[in-house]
Design a protein around this ligand. Structure first.
Ligand code: ZN
Length: 290
């Protein structure tokens, strides 16, 4: 069986074809240019393979409610030219197979969930955050993606400010100092005038960052009580998560039980940003079974 995966990001589309064991058989990267050009190249790629279904994990915001008139659209995204793009509708005209359409973080969350089942990790739920150009989060509970009015927007929760960071306005165009506004990749430029990759872990800004990310982990712990919280994306690293676990432990103050923190707050299990691809294959396969 051949399944398709589209990981649609703001800078590139990663398209892949794989089998029912989530093994990648072929993969290409298409730069994200105009919607017409990008989607045309994407469709042309999948026409070469006899895929039975495609899972799509897209940047957003997107419309995921099947009853909505604009189901399958990228909606009011800040990405230039992509507002109100009929993503699924366009592709379906070119490649008429079942498609599962969800957010990039939901795709990654599902990939990590499927992987945990395969490794008998005994998990029913997890939350996946990505911290990169933006911040997003997806949750799986009992195998189901959470959200009915739309997909979650966990990157935009409001937080208590770090006492040494009160002057920083934040970079979110909607809320200024929400989680994304305080910890996304562009905050390094905004705070320090340099790229995050050039800021060593010894810089105090990382303690400010971990203070906020730990609050996100605390809140989602208290609201959903998931089995596991995963942090992916370009800003995260094991060394950074050590700080997050330290701050999280202080904030939680043993109020509720959680697993050992190095197993509870983790990097993705799947390497090389592959979580969403596995998730897409699994969601495509699930669509065929239903
Ligand atoms: Zn925001």
């Amino acid at each position: 069986m051949l399944l398709g995966s589209i990981e649609a990001g703001g800078t590139k589309f990663v398209c892949a074809v794989g089998n029912e064991n989530y093994q990648i058989k072929d993969q290409i990267t298409i730069p994200t240019t105009s919607p017409a050009e990008t989607l045309q190249k994407t469709a042309a790629y999948f026409k070469k393979f006899a895929v039975e279904a495609i899972g799509i994990a897209s940047f957003g915001p997107i419309e995921v409610r099947q009853t909505a008139s604009n189901y399958g659209f990228i909606t009011d995204t800040p990405k230039a030219g992509w507002q109100n793009t009929d993503f699924v509708g366009y592709l379906k005209k070119q490649v008429d197979v079942p498609m599962f359409f969800t957010t990039d973080v939901n795709g990654s969350a599902y990939g990590e969930y499927v992987m945990s089942l395969l490794s008998n990790e005994n998990i029913n739920s997890l939350v996946y955050y990505t911290i990169g150009t933006g911040v997003g989060g997806g949750a799986i509970i009992d195998g189901k993606l959470v959200g009915s009015l739309g997909h979650p927007e966990m990157g935009h929760v409001l937080l208590k400010r770090h006492p040494a960071d009160l002057e920083f306005a934040g970079v979110c165009p909607f809320h200024q100092d929400c989680l994304e506004g305080l910890v996304s990749g562009p905050t390094f430029e905004a705070r320090l005038n340099k790229a995050g990759k050039d800021v060593p872990l010894t810089d105090p800004v990382w303690d400010i960052m971990s203070y906020y990310v730990a609050q996100a982990a605390l809140q989602v712990t208290l609201i959903l009580r998931p089995d596991k919280i995963i942090f992916g994306g370009g800003v995260t690293s094991e060394a950074f998560l050590k700080k997050v676990r330290r701050d999280f432990a202080k904030m939680l103050n043993d109020y509720v039980h959680v697993p050992a923190l190095d197993q509870y707050i983790t990097l993705p299990e799947i390497q090389n940003n592959g979580s969403a691809t596995v998730g897409d294959f699994a969601l495509a396969q699930r669509l065929l079974r239903e």
